[in-house]
Design a protein around this ligand. Structure first.
Ligand SMILES: [Zn+2]
Length: 286
C-alpha cells in the first residue's frame, strides 16, 4: 500500500468529521482518490495523501525555506520540548478515557512539527490544518500519522461538534469556527507569546525590547468572551542554542523580516546564545 492509499484509508475512518468548504454538505471518499460532497464538489488527495479543502487559493506569506527551518528547530533542537510536554499533559489530563477516538485539531499547524512532537507523548487522532499549501505538503511528505488538510480557519471544512480538543500554537484564531466544530465541553488550548519570548533575539535585532507588542491582555479578554477560561499556565525558560540552531531560528521567525542585515549577522556570528521562551497557555472550555 503506498502512502496515498494509507492516508485515504485513514481519512475513510473519520470522513464524517469533514464537510465541503463550498456548500457545507457531507463528503465521501470516491475512487480511493477524492473527497466528493453530495453536490459533487471534488477535492483530490495529493500524492502524499493530504487534501486541499480551500474554497479559493491560498495566499500565504510562508515559504519552503521558512518551513524547513521551523521543522529543524522544532524537531531537532530542545527549544520547544517543554512546550510539547506541557501540551501533551494538558490533553492527557482532560481526556475522557471512555472516548474511543479522541480527535484533536491543530489549527494553524504550519509544517506539522509541533503536532507530531505532542503526538509522540500522547496518543490521540491528530488532524493538522493550515492555510499554507507549502506547509501541509511538507507535513504530509515527512510524517506518516496525522491527517493533513489545507484549509481556511474562517471556513473550516469540518462538521459541527466533531472535535474534542483544538490546539492553536502561536497562530491566529477564529473563535466562532472553533466553537462550532468542538463538542460541547470540548477544549481549546491556545499558546500565546509573553513579553520575554525570544527576548535576546529581539534585543539584538531592534536594540530595544518591544514589550508592548506582546501584551496579552486583549487576547485573554477575547478568549474569555468565547470560551470558559479554565486556566492560564505560564511557561517560561531559557535554553542554549548552537550557531546552526540560531540560523534556523532566524530563518523561521517573522521578526527577522524587518531587521537590518548587519544586525542579523551580529546575531549569527555568536558561537552560541541563550534564548528565552515565554508563553501563556490559555485553556478554555466550550
Ligand atoms: Zn460541496
Amino acid at each position: 500500500m503506498n502512502k496515498k492509499e494509507q492516508r485515504v484509508n485513514q481519512f475513510q475512518k473519520y470522513v464524517e468529521a469533514f464537510r465541503c468548504p463550498l456548500c457545507k454538505n457531507t463528503m465521501a471518499i470516491v475512487g480511493q482518490q477524492s473527497l466528493v460532497c453530495s453536490k459533487n464538489h471534488t477535492f483530490d488527495f495529493s500524492k502524499n495523501g493530504y487534501v486541499n479543502l480551500l474554497s479559493n487559493g491560498s495566499n500565504s506569506h510562508y515559504n519552503k525555506t521558512l518551513f524547513e527551518s521551523r521543522h529543524q528547530i522544532i524537531s531537532d533542537s530542545q527549544l520547544y520540548q517543554p512546550l510539547h510536554d506541557i501540551l501533551a499533559k494538558i490533553i492527557r489530563e482532560n481526556m475522557n478515557s471512555s472516548i474511543h477516538q479522541y480527535l484533536v485539531l491543530d489549527a494553524g499547524c504550519g509544517e506539522g512539527s509541533h503536532l507530531l512532537k505532542i503526538m509522540e507523548k500522547q496518543v490521540f487522532i491528530g488532524v493538522g490544518l493550515d492555510i499554507s499549501k507549502e506547509g501541509i505538503q511538507m507535513a504530509a511528505k515527512r510524517y506518516r500519522h496525522p491527517l493533513w488538510i489545507v484549509g481556511d480557519l474562517a471556513n473550516l471544512p469540518i462538521e459541527d461538534s466533531k472535535f474534542h480538543t483544538i490546539l492553536n500554537v502561536l497562530s491566529p484564531s477564529n473563535y466562532k469556527e472553533f466553537k462550532r466544530i468542538l463538542f460541547p465541553g470540548g477544549l481549546l488550548i491556545k499558546v500565546v507569546p509573553r513579553s520575554n519570548y525570544l527576548r535576546e533575539l529581539r534585543e539584538l535585532l531592534f536594540e530595544r525590547t518591544e514589550k508592548e507588542r506582546y501584551k496579552n491582555d486583549a487576547t485573554v479578554t477575547l478568549f474569555a468572551k468565547h470560551f470558559q477560561l479554565l486556566d492560564i499556565q505560564r511557561l517560561s525558560y531559557t535554553t542554549k542554542l548552537t550557531a546552526y540552531e540560531m540560523r534556523n531560528l532566524i530563518q523561521m521567525t517573522p521578526l527577522a523580516w524587518s531587521a537590518k542585515e548587519s544586525r542579523i549577522n551580529t546575531f549569527l556570528n555568536q558561537e552560541s546564545t541563550e534564548i528565552t521562551i515565554d508563553f501563556d497557555i490559555l485553556i478554555g472550555k466550550n
